[in-house]
Design a protein around this ligand. Structure first.
Ligand SMILES: Cc1cc2nc3c(=O)[nH]c(=O)nc-3n(C[C@H](O)[C@H](O)[C@H](O)COP(=O)(O)OP(=O)(O)OC[C@H]3O[C@@H](n4cnc5c(N)ncnc54)[C@H](O)[C@@H]3O)c2cc1C
Length: 370
């Protein structure tokens, strides 16, 4: 470590922590920043996700969260462009959209169509014939299919690019975990990393599912817990499918560049459980193959587990602490943290720099007296 006093110390080395550092440096290159966190954490959500940028498929209500996710989605092309230009690392981004086969929605189809119309969400309804022309990999019996203007990013490439960009912009990256804090009742003085005290004027807690453990060290009860997801990736040649697919209790995300299809996922409330179960992975493959038959015999490349950080009310926890005058939170991004990354980073940067004009009370740490 070159120095141990920073303007801002960001705790957590996933997409959330690094994107905050990246945006802060773009706004204020003079700030001395550190990102602290162990990059070898095999359960971190940022590398486990499928990279679906799906603000619409899972929403049925135009609430504040929906609008936040939609705004973040719209920022994606510019965000990735600037990330690539600074990091010089390629990041796959597709804005070609996603597909919802009618059979995967049972009786929710009409409601979804009405919601999309009311909210002016870009969508088309494809007849079975048109679906066969535009997405021949779909099962013949898929019926009508809804195309939705959503997207997809390779989140591992995005994470690599964020780490490299932070480095290039002069952020100090401390690849170790925080074990405690030096603080009094109203401010944080230092994060303790092994025997070092990493001192700062301001601190950001952005450690995903591990945020509540760090909250304990600050005497705050942060109601964020891990929700486990098991995933796998199968080898399918490029060109079979241009869109992500919301299927029968599953989703399929084609990662181009010879990287195959990512199949997701489970939602398991089982603590910090890292186990990958063969029968669960087989279940993902079987369900995905009912939607895209060529998946049935595709070779399995890898399977993995990751932990989604979920707050009690399933909303993000973002903003200034009400207990510590120099502490900020960005956690609880749950199932959509990749999607929320660009907008979340702007929101936290504006909060820290005191330029935020539209505080979102639904996301505020105050709701949990943090
Ligand atoms: C299986 C799965 C599929 C998903 N699919 C999608 C998707 O398709 N689209 C989407 O938008 N979102 C998806 N998500 C959600 C998304 O991945 C997360 O919301 C997002 O990555 C959270 O990022 P994060 O940086 O907060 O947390 P993480 O990526 O978990 O990072 C937390 C960081 O904190 C660090 N840390 C832990 N303890 C300490 C400590 N003591 N001191 C310092 N640092 C510490 C870790 O090492 C890690 O670097 C998915 C998640 C999972 C698990």
């Amino acid at each position: 470590m070159k120095q141990n006093f920073f303007d801002i110390v960001i705790i957590g080395a996933g997409v959330i922590g690094h994107s905050i550092a990246f945006k802060l440096k773009q706004c204020r290159s003079d700030l001395r920043l550190a990102v602290v966190g162990d990059p070898m954490n095999s359960l971190m959500a940022s590398r486990a996700a499928a990279g679906m940028l799906a603000p619409f498929g899972e929403c049925n209500e135009a609430n504040r969260f929906f609008r936040f996710c939609r705004d973040s989605f719209l920022q994606y092309p510019d965000f990735i462009k600037s990330l690539i230009s600074i990091s010089n690392i390629p990041v796959f981004l597709s804005m070609k959209g996603s597909l919802i086969p009618s059979f995967s929605l049972d009786n929710g189809w009409e409601k979804k169509v009405q919601f999309f119309r009311e909210q002016n969400i870009p969508h088309e309804i494809w007849s079975p014939e048109r679906s066969r022309q535009l997405a021949p990999a779909l099962v013949e019996s898929c019926g009508e299919v809804m195309w939705v203007g959503e997207g997809q990013v390779n989140n591992r490439e995005m994470h690599d690019a964020l780490v490299t960009a932070s480095n290039k912009l002069g952020v100090e990256i401390i690849e170790k975990n925080v074990s405690g804090f030096i603080h009094d009742s109203s401010s944080v003085e230092a994060a303790v990393v092994e025997k070092l005290e990493v001192r700062g004027k301001k601190f950001v807690l952005a450690s995903g599912s591990w945020s509540s453990q760090l909250g304990d060290a600050l005497d705050v009860s942060l109601p964020v817990k891990p929700i486990k997801g098991q995933m796998c990736r199968v080898q399918v040649e490029d060109g079979q499918l241009d869109y992500t697919v919301h299927g029968l209790m599953t989703y399929i995300a084609p990662w181009q560049g010879g990287k195959g299809f990512v199949l997701g996922t489970t939602m398991e409330d089982r603590g910090f459980n890292p186990i990958i179960e063969d029968d669960v992975i087989q279940g993902l493959i079987d369900r995905a193959a009912e939607v895209i038959p060529c998946i049935k015999d595709a070779p399995l490349i890898e399977s993995w587990t990751g932990l989604r950080p979920a707050a009690e009310d399933l909303m993000p926890v973002m903003g200034k602490s009400s207990r510590y005058q120099n502490l900020f939170y960005s956690t609880g991004h749950y199932r959509n943290g990749i999607l929320q990354t660009p907008k979340q980073a702007d929101y936290i940067v504006e909060t820290i720099l005191e330029t935020l004009t539209d505080e979102i009370l639904e996301f505020s740490p105050k709701r949990y007296n943090l």
